[in-house]
Design a binder for this molecule. Structure first.
Ligand SMILES: Nc1ncnc2c1ncn2[C@@H]1O[C@H](COP(=O)(O)OP(=O)(O)OP(=O)(O)O)[C@@H](O)[C@H]1O
Length: 276
């Protein structure tokens, strides 16, 4: 059977700023339902790549297709339609400070100019509820919200148009470990329930090992590894050794293995119980 078309296809992408080459002939696919973590050292070109996939920046060479459409050659109407099919959570400037939490989430729906206000209201409250913001908190202004709440409202906003594809730029940056963990659980739940494909840039090992189905590692202007965590850590490269195999990395990897073992044991029990 032919494989389904990837949600994102990057082919032969090169980026240079003046004399500085950031990406050199980079290719990668993202399949429906995956959670891809994009990692790499500072300045390795992660944010630039994300912005290129979103059509905000043009690469010097190569193509980026999202939903099978070339992002950099789509006409404005097509690009707008594509934008309505993806959501993004930026690390900074995630919310409009002059709008309440509710209005921030409602805004992408209002911009469509086709939905009746009653529907916008219900949908915005539902999205806020999904991220655990109760209706009585919905009219609070961003300045009055905690960092964790701002992230959750921004996530609700990214999900406002029921996207198929979600971009996350450092989703847990600035959150303490407990809040990070609950944010990770929230993303995992939304991924399952909304059939999302997710691509995230993150420095946080615990986040990426808990969520990513595949990890893409950018270094030396190339994708030096792209695969499941256990495959990636076997690639012999100084960045991978330093990032994944230091003390913190080893601890996070062990945590991931323990979680998977627990899930496997729970599944085996379930199958056994069904079989009885
Ligand atoms: N518009 C631009 N003009 C010139 N140079 C740029 C521009 N945008 C990015 N760069 C350079 O491209 C390189 C990659 O930047 P980018 O922000 O994509 O890296 P990153 O991997 O996201 O880094 P970090 O983890 O520190 O955020 C850097 O050297 C940066 O200075």
């Amino acid at each position: 059977m032919a494989e389904a078309q990837p949600v994102i296809r990057i082919e032969g992408l090169s980026t240079r700023f003046g004399d500085v080459v950031v990406h050199d002939n980079l290719s990668m696919d993202v399949r429906a339902g995956e959670i891809i973590a994009l990692v790499g050292g500072s300045g390795s070109g992660k944010t630039t790549l994300l912005r290129q996939v979103l059509g905000l920046e043009r690469p010097s060479a190569g193509t980026v297709k999202v939903f099978g459409i070339d992002v950099h050659h789509a006409d404005p109407a097509t690009l707008q339609q594509m934008r309505n099919r993806w959501g993004m959570l930026f690390q900074h400037g995630a919310l409009f400070s002059a709008l309440s939490a509710f209005d921030n989430v409602a805004q992408p729906m209002r911009e469509l100019r086709v939905l009746p206000e009653a529907l916008v209201r219900d949908a915005a409250l539902l999205k806020l509820q999904m991220v655990d913001i109760p209706p009585e908190q919905a009219l609070r202004m961003p300045a009055d919200l905690s960092g964790g709440m701002v992230k959750r409202v921004a996530l609700a906003r990214a999900l406002a148009l029921e996207p198929e594809l979600l971009f996350l730029d450092e989703p847990t940056a600035g959150l303490d470990p407990a809040l990070s963990e609950s944010f990770v659980r929230l993303i995992a739940m939304l991924h399952r329930e909304m059939n999302l494909t997710v691509i995230m840039v993150t420095h946080d090992l615990d986040t990426l090992l808990a969520l990513a189905t595949r990890i893409a590692v950018l270094a030396d202007k190339r994708l030096i590894a792209y695969g499941e965590a256990e495959e990636v850590v076997r690639v012999d490269h100084p960045f991978i050794t330093e990032y994944f195999l230091g003390e913190r990395g080893q601890r996070a990897l062990q945590g991931m293995r323990d979680e998977r073992e627990k899930a496997r044991a729970a599944n085996t029990h379930r199958e056994y119980d069904h079989g009885k």
